[in-house]
Design a protein around this ligand. Structure first.
Ligand code: SF4
Length: 249
């Protein structure tokens, strides 16, 4: 049976979404509405392009030697990849069959049983925890953080390697008490390979305008290097393997 999915785009030589050089597949469709989203053009499930797993694998294997040489692989990002679990599961199964490392970049907003099927063929999870605080998470994304936190705990239980991603947004997620809350939640996890503090940037603001959406963060500044360092130091205090991203103006 040919399994099809809807994707927004592909990138053949990504270097920030997982280790090494990666083939990135951006899937179409997302149930969240993050205020800082830089890919709002991935939100609608019916946009994008339909593609079969066979077609995608044919494209991916062309880059196999780059991936192997650099310790890279395939990352599926979005949108929210777990909206298309059968498609991603089959894609990852085929990647692993070809000796290609698989990484899933997810918000975790999905029923655990659905995620479990895909995780069988996932080598690394890049889990975005937008806030540990339920109110802040709801305000920021429009949904609850319970599924995300449940998935985080499950990943620890099954010892699945994880990179945690935290976007630092001035006035929204930069309060030290919020960062501390997340660090405290994660402190006893044994599966975390990296925590990335990603400075908020506005590189996607123009897309909101083009799509006719109201961008609420138009007057929110990017964080300073010092603010990023402060957030990093909180995770360090809990002995978590953290690094700060570069501030983009
Ligand atoms: S989860 Fe990602 S794609 Fe979806 S709204 Fe949030 S930032 Fe955008």
């Amino acid at each position: 049976m040919t399994i099809k999915g809807r994707i927004h785009s592909m990138e053949s030589c990504g270097t920030v979404d997982g280790p090494g050089i990666r083939f990135i597949v951006f899937t179409q469709g997302c149930p969240l509405r993050c205020q800082y989203c830089h890919n709002p053009d991935t939100w609608k499930m019916n946009d994008g392009t339909e593609i079969t797993v066979d077609e995608l694998i044919d494209e991916i294997v062309k880059y196999k030697s780059y991936m192997k040489f650099s310790g890279g692989g395939v990352t599926v990002s979005g949108g929210e990849p777990l909206l298309q679990p059968q498609f991603i599961k089959e894609l990852f199964r085929r990647c692993q069959e070809n000796g290609i490392h698989t990484a899933l970049d997810t918000s975790g907003y999905v029923k655990l049983d659905i995620a479990k099927e895909v995780l069988e063929y996932t080598d690394l999870v890049l889990l975005d925890i937008k806030s540990y605080d339920p109110k802040v998470f709801q305000e920021l994304t429009g949904v609850s953080n319970e599924p995300t936190l449940r998935l985080a705990q499950y990943l620890n239980t099954i010892h699945k390697p994880v990179w945690i991603r935290y976007v630092l947004v001035p006035h929204l997620t930069d309060d030290p008490a919020l960062v501390e809350g997340l660090a405290n939640f994660l402190k006893d996890f044994t599966n975390i390979k990296r925590i990335e503090v990603l400075p908020f940037h506005k590189m996607g603001e123009y897309k909101w305008k083009e799509l006719g959406y109201e961008y609420k963060l138009w007057d929110t500044p990017t964080p300073t290097e010092k603010q990023v360092e402060e957030a990093v130091s909180i995770f360090e205090k809990y002995n978590l393997p953290v690094e700060g991203g570069k501030v983009k103006k």
